[in-house]
Design a protein around this ligand. Sequence first.
Ligand code: ZN
Length: 496
Amino acid sequence: MILRNTIAGQLVLLLLIYGRHTLLSSAKTVANEQMSLALPEPRAYLPDAQNLDFVYHDHEELTRFLRATSARYPNLTALYSIGKSIQGRDLWVMVVSSSPYEHMVGKPDVKYVGNIHGNEPVGREMLLHLIQYFVSSYNTDQYVKWLLDNTRIHILPTMNPDGYAVSKEGTCDGGQGRYNARGFDLNRNFPDYFKQNNKRGQPETDAVKDWISKIQFVLSGSLHGGALVASYPYDNTPNSRICRSSALCAMFQTYSAAPSLTPDDDVFKHLSLVYARNHAKMSRGVACKSATPAFENGITNGAAWYPLTGGMQDFNYVWYGCMEITLEISCCKFPPAYELKKYWEDNQLSLIKFLAEAHRGVQGFVFDPAGMPIERASIKIKGRDVGFQTTKYGEFWRILLPGYYKAEVFAEGYAPREVEFVIVEQHPTLLNVTLQASKRIEGVGAGGPSYYRPMQQVPQHYRPGAPPYAAAASTDNGIFSTISNGLNSLYSNIFG
Ligand SMILES: [Zn+2]
């Protein structure tokens, strides 16, 4: 790195890295975000049926809509595929942002995932309408303009196009089309923090895992059907491991409704309430049917509803610190198309206001003493053991409610630091942290510099390569767990 050796070189490098996004633009970001409180609410969208009608779109129609939109709005959208389903359908992601083709330094990436269960396609259609809403409102709606100017929104309308292809409109319950083409439930197919997941990784899941390993998503929503509730991590629980040797006990554990709370429970509850309260009906907590549960304020802890292994939201949170919640937005899994307009009216405000929550809490950069960004610095908010890492530009974000916090910042080759900060309601806190190189140990190593590496001080929670179950022999393959899994799958077939 010859450039690093001169001050002028460093300036050049900084310019290369930041481009037109200098640190000044970070300050601007905060100013923009402060504006969000003063902005008028997003306006109701008057759909233009010429561009997108309220009907279900098959994969070809969905592809055509996304391609046409990206051609028509090249400054607001970018279309990419994260991979293919088993039957070769593209897993399309549309970015909607005022900077669709490049990450905006200092501004968060967020995402929505629809249709992970193929027979729950209301979310798939809602996401298409959300795209249409964003592109057609950018120049006329201040709130949408602010959101797209300050956020990069990635939308994957269907994670399970093969399952959708064999689902039937008007089918409110049941499992046909829920699974991928090999019969796997994709929302049971992710690595799990609490229990070993023996399910073979599927192409759709692998594509999503790869996607979220490359982009540091701050906030995410996964859209489902079969219930009306916002459900937050954890979906799984350590308690279910205690008595897996007894079928009766396993059954009791599965349906004992014990919550499994994360250290960010206050934030997850808040995010869930933002969705539920901006929804036309969800926060009323009315049961879908007499035999199904009613949820207080329209939110629930995932495990308190029913525990599951291999879910996507726990994976997002534990592995990458991405705050993902599960949004169950229709009592009927695949309602008739004439109801879609009503679902859009019910969910429009929620879908927008939820994404804006990425601008709550703390954000900033981690630098080395020369002012260069440090990539993959680990950050942990004290008392919240699930950490997160900086991007290649040294950026980080964490959604936090108002209060006083301490953050621990670690990076290989640098002395760890603890910083204190305050979060207020009105705007995000901008926090830039400079780490000093740790003391060089003389005479160690030959040639290149050797630095003391405070490895023992790096908490093991980050991106757990060796999850807690790894050492334990699996006992999940027995008949009892088969019974319990069977019941669980029956249960989840009924409820989302
Ligand atoms: Zn579902």
